[in-house]
Write a protein that binds this ligand. Structure first.
Ligand SMILES: C[S@@+](CC[C@H](N)C(=O)[O-])C[C@H]1O[C@@H](n2cnc3c(N)ncnc32)[C@H](O)[C@@H]1O
Length: 180
């Protein structure tokens, strides 16, 4: 190879697109007792598909698979956290029941979820409202840690060790929640 093609190849490598996704909230772990409280409040069973929007190290979907025999999917914008989640799932022996998707929660399809978990900021919860209503079937349970969803009325709210957890159930008609 002459000098010029080598330079061209190096330039192409440098210019190759690098996938980056929004991180609207930094990674903060839900403590194990909160994870348990969220999954208990949602009354997760083996027939559920639990999605965690912003899944961090995968702990919520892994716990759903280990402790409740549910299936789980995590959506996470940080590639290192996705890799860590896959390793954690493998270590917990549930890699066949969970998967982790690298990407932006505002761009992904989570319509198969029967339970959705979120530990996000209030403004992010607010922005997600129309997407949740559009994608989720009536009866889908949504559990949130720390912050509720502005304008929506939780079915239940609990406090565990000073941490707030909210439960919402998607209504038959979006009318009660639409436009709020
Ligand atoms: C507060 S942490 C919660 C982690 C985990 N759900 C838990 O409760 O332990 C929020 C996570 O959401 C991820 N995140 C933030 N914005 C995101 C976005 N737009 N799309 C996908 N993931 C996002 C962050 O990288 C972070 O891991």
């Amino acid at each position: 190879m002459t000098g010029i093609p080598r330079l061209a190849a190096a330039t192409m490598l440098v210019l190759a697109p690098i996938a980056t996704f929004a991180q609207d909230v930094p990674f903060l772990e839900s403590p194990d007792y909160v994870v348990e409280a969220m999954l208990d409040l949602a009354e997760v069973t083996a027939s559920d598909v639990v999605y965690d929007l912003g899944s961090g190290d995968g702990r919520i979907v892994i716990a759903a698979a280990v402790d409740y025999s549910a299936r789980g999917v995590g959506i996470e914008s940080d590639a290192d956290l996705v890799d860590l989640s896959i390793a954690n799932a493998r270590a917990a022996g549930v890699e066949d029941r969970v998967r982790f998707v690298l990407g932006d929660i505002f761009e992904k399809d989570f319509s198969e979820a029967t339970v959705v978990a979120m530990f996000l900021y209030p403004n992010v919860n607010r922005r997600l409202r129309p997407i949740l209503l559009q994608q989720l079937a009536p009866g889908t349970r949504i559990v949130t840690h720390r912050y509720g969803i502005d304008g929506w009325t939780p079915v239940k709210r609990i406090k565990k060790g000073g941490r707030k957890v909210f439960l919402y159930v998607v209504p038959e008609s979006a009318e009660p929640w639409a436009g709020r």
